[in-house]
Design a protein around this ligand. Sequence first.
Ligand code: PLP
Length: 369
Amino acid sequence: MISLQGRVDNYIILDNERYSYFAGNNYLGLAGHPDVIAAAINALQRYGASFSASRLTTGSSEIHKELEKLLSEFKGKQDAVVFASGYMGNSLLLKILQERYEIILADSFSHTSITDAVPRNKQLILYNHCDPVSLEEHLINNPDKPALIITDGIFALTGEIAPLDKLYAISKKYNAQLVVDDAHATGVLGAEGRGTPEYFNLQDVKDIFQTDTLSKALGSYGGYISGGTSLINQIRTESTFYGASTSLPPPVVAAACESVRIVMNHPELRAGLKKNADWVRSGVKELGFITNSDPTPVIPVFFDKSESAEGISHYLLKNHIIAPFVDYPVKTGKFVLRITVSSNHDAGQIENLLIFLKKWRDKNGTGNY
Ligand SMILES: Cc1ncc(COP(=O)(O)O)c(C=O)c1O
């Protein structure tokens, strides 16, 4: 495990040396953006490190309200509510919606915040990864049970985009609820960066629920949900996750406000991210490695053996490049080197990454037999 000695950017400092950084989820480089840092410092000086109270007691502030207003504008929704973490968001929403479903159908590659969120009195069924046919079969096999379908928007480790258009059509056909966890897609997908629904031209659809985080493309920390007034009011009045946990700390809130403004006003960041991601993905493919094809900043390199994924990650590390391996199979029998791209990667470091991937490939092959 690495131990950071400075901020996360396209390079990081470890043991007083500089490493090229293709890890984490700082897709738009906002975690270290000077305006985001300045906003956090100002808020720290004005409001202190914490409001030390929950939103429903005395922990709500003008900056929480400002952030929620900005998020609702950014996402094109009536309202938004922020809370302690993105991880918590799925539990919060599945609890709020629990009168509407009996079974939960989740993609088999769902993030653990989804599978952990299943209420005790509900049944979880996993459908095959990104497979609407498998989803529909489960719905046909459970005809009398109101269902809730839930998927990641962009999958955290494998980087594919969920087929939300197809899932939406199925949800309508079977009168099921549909939730997308857009932790990795918000700020990244869609013309305005609003996430997976926008990517599929479903932005104006009212019946897709979205859970979101401030901690990836938005470079800060915390979870949020945007949507219609009645849903957001219901969360504010009924959710214990929201009401009974300490409100997000002032520097975090102010940093998020600044990040949202930057995302809304600088579409060139998203364009730069896409350019870099396309470059790395096509380079990885040209070298003969197996990866995915969707236009996302998560670029997995799949290997048959964990030793290969681990070996290439260590080789890159020795050459001052950070790209972590995942030490369990994330796709049937496949182990992953998870490369993530940011808008602030420069041409030199992308070329360098591809050079070292090639050197490893020339010696070891593509790791698939
Ligand atoms: C799909 C998905 N949902 C939720 C989360 C949790 O978000 P946070 O880390 O902001 O709590 C993550 C984090 O990795 C994620 O990948």
